[in-house]
Design a protein around this ligand. Structure first.
Ligand SMILES: [Zn+2]
Length: 385
């Protein structure tokens, strides 16, 4: 096992063309900042490797990358193999361990380490289709540390533009939370039309105005500031607009992060409201999913895939399938969208293309329930399929 020191830019070139469902965020807790002396990257990595493969009995080190306090990374597990990070959420994940103990009152994620984290997570989100996932969302652990606020971290990642930033970390003393530092707002101008690019607190300009107008014109309306001049439509994405976006996200069951990106855009543009799609996101492909797809592709809406042959995929469906020959019109339409042979027969090749399109692991297998179906349900609901 040869570990390699790489910069954030080198990591990005290694990530080109890859897709992931989740970008996992972890801190090592131990070793922490005090264990790093500026040059012992490989020794610390070797220590973690020995712990993972020896004490824990894993086949390899758990993480794809380790991020050091000086902003450099060391490579770990092969990027094409699922990590050992969060039980139940490793398939389709990319995993970074950040050296440090980021619990309140301990190490701080700042400077070059923060900058490299933002840069690489920004690439994972914007180019690999990943969603940020904190370990503490899925396990009773504080990892990546109680000093890192997820909402703020995601926002910093999404709005990252190349310069070092300081995350708004709660200040601390002996574990007690004293206060939350408030940043002075330096309004950042954004231009053009809003077509789904991520907008967030601190920005102003025409795209923000278009977002505010869409929120106000929605049924029901979500005014930035009801009763104020223009109901708060003022081109400034401040706390009122963030609050309106959060209310809208809550109402529609979207991810609640106060940011207006592709998902909010899709929902505001009414694809889901117009078609009335409200699928349960459970990864089960049955009648409901068929109906939503038929609605999406404008084929007859009866919830049934007709003319199918028996295979590992059709056997894994939760109903809504008729066996025979000739294939199904809605599957043909789906195959055309995915750019594979349009024979109307659902099978491993179509699933593999769907997995590629939606950024989940490409193995052509339809699990019961399935991650790729879960993502398809989410996209159909938000009008972003
Ligand atoms: Zn963790």
């Amino acid at each position: 096992m040869a570990f390699r020191k790489v910069s954030a830019d080198q990591v990005i070139s290694m990530l080109k063309g890859r897709s992931y469902k989740y970008a996992q965020v972890h801190h090592t807790w131990k070793p922490n900042h005090a264990d790093f002396n500026g040059s012992n990257h490989i020794a610390l990595q070797q220590g973690m490797y020995n712990y993972h493969t020896g004490t824990r009995g894993w086949s390899d080190i758990g993480q794809h990358l380790t991020l050091y306090p000086d902003g450099t990374f060391v490579t770990g597990r092969n990027f094409g193999i699922a990590p050992a990070g969060i039980s139940g959420y490793n398939t389709g994940s990319f995993m970074i361990e950040m050296i440090g103990d980021f619990d309140l009152g301990k190490d701080k994620l700042t400077g070059e380490q923060l900058n490299s984290a933002l840069k690489v997570y920004n690439y994972l989100v914007n180019h690999c289709g990943a969603k940020i996932l904190f370990h503490n969302e899925k396990a009773a652990k504080s990892c990546p540390g109680t000093g890192i606020d997820k909402v703020k971290f995601v926002k910093e990642v999404t709005l990252y533009n190349g310069s070092t930033k300081t995350v708004d970390v709660k200040s601390s003393g002996s574990g007690k939370v004293k206060s939350t530092k408030t940043k002075k707002v330096n309004w950042k101008k954004v231009t053009g039309n809003w077509t789904g690019q991520t907008l967030g607190n601190g920005e102003y300009g025409e795209p923000v105005k278009q977002l505010q107008t869409k929120l106000a014109n929605n049924t029901p309306p979500f005014y930035p500031n009801k009763g104020a001049k223009n109901n708060g439509i003022d081109s400034y994405y401040g706390n009122n607009t963030e609050d309106a976006v959060r209310r809208f996200q809550t109402y529609l069951g979207l991810d609640i992060d106060g940011l207006a990106g592709k998902q909010v855009y899709g929902a505001l543009n009414g694809t889901n409201q117009a078609s009335g799609v409200d699928l349960i996101v459970d990864g089960k492909w049955g009648t409901g999913v068929n109906e939503a797809l038929q609605d999406y592709f404008n084929t007859t809406v009866d919830g049934v895939l007709s003319g199918q042959s028996r295979n590992s995929v059709t056997n894994a469906l939760y109903g809504g399938v008729n066996f025979g020959s000739g294939g199904s019109l809605v599957i043909k339409a789906l195959q055309r969208k995915l750019g594979v042979k349009a024979d109307g027969l659902l099978g491993p090749a179509t699933i593999k293309a769907l997995q590629k399109y939606l950024g989940t692991t490409q193995d052509g297998v339809l699990s019961r329930p399935s991650m790729v179906v879960e993502e398809m349900q989410r996209r159909l609901n938000t009008g972003t399929f």
